[in-house]
Design a protein around this ligand. Structure first.
Ligand SMILES: Nc1ncnc2c1ncn2[C@@H]1O[C@H](COP(=O)(O)OP(=O)(O)OP(=O)(O)O)[C@@H](O)[C@H]1O
Ligand SMILES: [Mg+2]
Length: 714
């Protein structure tokens, strides 16, 4: 009898899940069940007693994926979610560094800087070094620092060959010093520090090597050099590494991810088992055919086949809009229609290549009253009011955090001017202390009294906070810092106050699931991928970049902005390697869809303050044209009064409706809500056919025949 955990797996999946404990690579295309196999393997290893919960370490791509994995394992067997090491590289490194902060040379309450914090820390540093922003653009300095860290290089190991690169190296060195002084780490540092911790502390390394017998890694194609070296150290005691990945979905080369790790892995871990999964369980045939045809144009591939037992399904719908506003309008109309057809909003995703595209879409959705949630955009914890409140919380836990101090020392305004702040920073620099310590030692010129009051305020909050639970500390901070009063008096402050309430609720949830510990909560806030965006449980349309959609799946997917220069991105147009990465990105986007896929483009678009006019993306040409249905090429825009007769609107490729429905193209019908219209197209077979009806001024709609209850009028 098969074990219930193994039911429904195909033979290759089964082989992968039940492999003997040695390292293996599962190399397979999108939707072939890699993540499912990885999750099942954990459950299998645990339930057959091959390893206990402490012996497992699993790396996922996002916090959301980690949570889902724990839920899925939890559904299969009782687990202690805190006992299992399942998380992102950053999350796991954070966990290890908290446990061994002393060995890692970090203060107990070390704080994590997100990319915004890092950028302001760099700006501050450049200013204190009197360096010109033009010569050293802060963003580029950030890339330089992160790039080096991701290659495992400390300043001393960085090569410099001319004046400029020597200066950059010096900035990196100074930046490191500043971070150490303030007790903060950036994202790249989390990894590098954890790697060094294991590398330099033999007994600790041996402890973890002995403990983690099974290391499982999802989305292995996107690990960077340093992550790979970290894995190698951790698994160095003979752990079985189970890596699953898809070279066709490698989309982080620009951040140092390295498909070469797949080859190195096979060599370094003497991998003799490579399992390929070829059946796709996610998408209907047309979607998969489109994805396969597209990725087939890339040259550098390991190569694999993907097939599905599912039906061909619907054609891929393409909408060619005159402007980004029309594109957004189209989106709103379609989403409303899908909702009316009974599709939950949460099962629809809207994808875009770059974050800047979301503004127009969000505006249209907001105006239309459609609930939506943005992943990976401005995340909840990155909003101004939230960052302010957290900065106070940071100061209470670690007053040497200069970023936090400078953010709120004069917010709400306390009459502490720039001149004073500069003096304080200068004192701190000269004496090698934090700005907080400079502030405590007084002597800050004209605003000395205000600075002293600020110091007292923080001290007083710290004293009170010592006896409070985390959610209460947050309420205390919001009230006593003056943020509450400030936003109450601000015209548009209500939304910010609501968000601050949400912060207390987020803290409450955090405490119930984890520890009542401010430092842990702050780390969570820095690493969190914005799960608090909309009210949990509330159904919402999912908006995200294609990068953020990796590993996810939705019934319906809209890929927007299919224009040359946007997707594929400008900076890939003259570089074949980058163009291949863009194509992989498009492959990822297409393969998120289970049943229905929309592609849209806008001939003109406002981006970064400029109107740009673009040609259709080459990716549209690269898809098999017989799989596409152009919804409006040469036809009136959605919502406009149709000038054309139904036969003109009907694409040549239509099929005839089944006779039993009594419908035919050109048939006049009546719908309870939309009124009278003419059937212009038809698609789908079996139980759920759809008809397209032109309702004149109301627009052209696709309706599920089953639900539409159309009355035949002629
Ligand atoms: N043997 C199976 N029978 C039925 N459904 C399956 C089977 N294997 C996987 N699935 C389903 O197929 C879908 C895709 O699986 P999964 O997300 O694990 O694929 P993946 O290879 O990780 O995809 P991606 O490359 O996008 O990360 C999921 O809904 C999963 O539940
Ligand atoms: Mg997956």
């Amino acid at each position: 009898m098969t074990h219930p955990l193994l039911e429904g797996l195909n033979p290759e999946q089964l082989a992968a899940v039940t492999l003997p404990p040695r390292s293996a690579l599962i190399l397979a295309g999108a939707g072939s069940g890699k993540t499912r196999v990885l999750t099942s393997r954990i459950a299998w290893l645990l339930s057959t007693g091959q390893v206990g919960q402490p012996g497992i370490l699993a790396v996922t791509f996002t916090n959301k994926a980690a949570k889902e994995m724990l839920t899925r394992i939890g559904a299969l067997m009782p687990i202690n979610p805190r006992g299992l090491w399942v998380g992102t590289f950053h999350g796991l490194c954070n966990r290890m560094l908290r446990l061994h902060h002393r060995d890692a040379g970090l203060p107990e309450a070390f704080q994590i800087m997100d990319s915004q914090d890092q950028l302001s820390a760099i700006k501050r540093l450049l200013k204190s070094l009197n360096l010109d922003d033009d010569k050293f653009p802060p963003r580029e300095v950030g890339h330089y620092i992160n790039g080096n860290k991701e290659e495992g290089r400390r300043p001393a190991e960085v090569e410099a060959w001319d004046e400029h690169s020597r200066q950059l190296r010096a900035i990196y060195e100074e930046y490191d010093r500043q971070c150490r002084r303030e007790g903060v780490v950036d994202f790249a540092e989390l990894l590098l520090r954890c790697y060094e911790l294991l590398r330099d502390h033999g007994p600790l390394r041996e402890h973890y090597q002995g403990r983690f017998r099974h290391v499982l890694v999802d989305e292995f194609q996107d690990t960077n050099r340093l992550q790979y070296r970290w894995l190698k150290l951790l698994a160095g005691g003979g752990a079985a590494v189970f890596a699953v990945g898809d070279d066709d979905q490698s989309i982080y080369a620009f951040r140092g991810a390295n498909v070469g790790n797949m080859y190195d892995f096979q060599r370094d871990f003497a991998v003799d088992t490579v399992i390929r999964l070829e059946q796709n369980y996610r998408s209907h045939g047309n979607i998969l055919d489109a994805a396969n045809a597209l990725i087939g144009r890339n040259r550098s591939r390991l190569g694999k086949n993907l097939w599905t037992a599912e039906a061909a399904g619907e054609p891929i719908r393409v909408f060619d809009a005159a402007s980004d506003f029309e594109e957004a309008h189209f989106l709103v109309e379609e989403v409303r229609q899908l909702e009316r057809d009974g599709l939950p909003l949460g099962d629809i995703a809207v994808l875009y290549r770059s974050n800047a595209q979301s503004r127009v879409l969000e505006h249209a959705l907001f105006t239309a009253g459609i609930a939506y949630r943005v992943y990976g955009g401005l995340r909840f914890f990155e909003r101004q009011e939230i960052k302010h409140a957290l900065a106070y919380l940071r100061l209470i836990t670690n007053s040497d955090d200069d970023n936090a101090l400078l953010r709120v020392i004069n917010f709400p305004t306390r009459g502490i001017g720039n001149r004073t702040l500069e003096t304080l920073q200068e004192t701190a620099r000269v004496t090698g202390t934090s700005v907080w310590q400079a502030a405590c030692s007084g002597g800050a010129g004209r605003s000395a009294a205000s600075v002293a009051r600020f110091v007292q305020l923080i001290e007083a909050m710290r004293a009170t906070a010592a006896n409070l639970s985390l959610p209460d500390i947050i309420r205390l901070v919001v009230e006593q810092s003056g943020l509450l009063q400030h936003y109450q008096s601000e015209k548009d402050g209500q939304e910010r106050l609501d968000n601050l309430d949400q912060l207390a609720i987020a803290a409450l949830t955090f405490v119930s699931e984890n520890d009542d510990d401010a430092t842990a909560f702050l780390a969570h806030a820095s690493l969190e991928a914005g799960d608090h965006q909309a009210n949990p449980g509330q159904a919402a349309l999912q908006l995200m970049t294609v990068h953020a959609a990796k590993g996810l799946e939705f019934h319906t997917v809209f890929i927007t902005g299919l224009e040359e220069g946007l997707f594929p991105h400008d900076n890939s147009l003259n570089d074949p390697a980058n163009l291949e990465e863009e194509r992989r990105l498009m492959y990822v986007a297409i393969t998120r869809a289970r049943r229905r896929l929309y592609l849209s483009l806008a001939q003109s678009r406002m981006l970064h303050g400029q109107t740009r006019f673009s040609l259709a993306s080459r990716f549209l040409d690269e898809l098999p044209q017989d799989l596409l249905r152009w919804l409006n090429r040469g036809y009136p825009a959605v919502g406009a009064v149709p000038h054309s007769s139904p036969s003109q609107v009907t694409p040549a490729s239509r099929r005839a409706p089944p006779a039993e429905s009594g419908l035919r193209i050109g048939q006049t019908v009546e719908h309870a809500k939309f009124g009278v219209g003419v059937v212009v197209d038809y698609e789908g077979q079996g139980a759920n056919p759809n008809v397209q009806v032109n309702f004149g001024a109301v627009g052209i709609k696709w309706l599920a025949l089953q639900y539409a209850k159309l009355k035949l009028l002629d």
